[in-house]
Structure formats: structure tokens, C-alpha cells
Design a protein around this ligand. Structure first.
Ligand code: SF4
Length: 65
């Protein structure tokens, strides 16, 4: 699977970074989400799906490879 972010929707809570710091980061200037690894995701797939569910802004979306 792959991960897509919507920076317009992100509110910079940092939840995704706490859950999977190998895939998500926050921009130093605006605090909004940035992708470190858009996929295909294998080892991190489970935690990325958890981050998608927990994002308070519904700014994360998984897509098939
Ligand atoms: S959890 Fe959602 S709102 Fe929070 S930083 Fe990540 S993408 Fe943005």
C-alpha cells in the first residue's frame, strides 16, 4: 500500500509522527505533516493504518500499490 497526505487538511497535531516516525514528519516551519516514505509500505503498513485511523483531521489516506 501507499500513503497520501492532505496538507490542506492537516492541523499539525503530530499524532502520525508519534505513531510512525519512519514515515511521517512535521515541517519545521508550519508544523504540518510531511512524508518520509510514501511507499510501497511493508514493515510499517500496520502502524501507518493506525495513524490513518487516529488522525484528527482525516488528512491521511492509504491507497493500493
Ligand atoms: S495526525 Fe493528521 S493532523 Fe496530525 S500531523 Fe498527522 S496528518 Fe496532520
Amino acid at each position: 500500500m501507499r500513503i497520501a497526505i492532505d496538507r490542506d487538511a492537516c492541523v499539525g497535531s503530530g499524532m502520525c509522527v508519534l505513531i510512525e516516525p519512519a514515515v511521517f514528519d512535521q515541517n519545521d516551519d508550519d508544523g504540518l505533516v510531511e512524508l518520509l516514505d510514501e511507499g510501497p509500505l511493508t514493515d510499517t503498513a500496520e502502524t501507518v493504518e493506525d495513524a490513518v485511523q487516529r488522525c484528527p483531521a482525516a488528512a491521511l489516506r492509504v491507497t493500493p500499490d
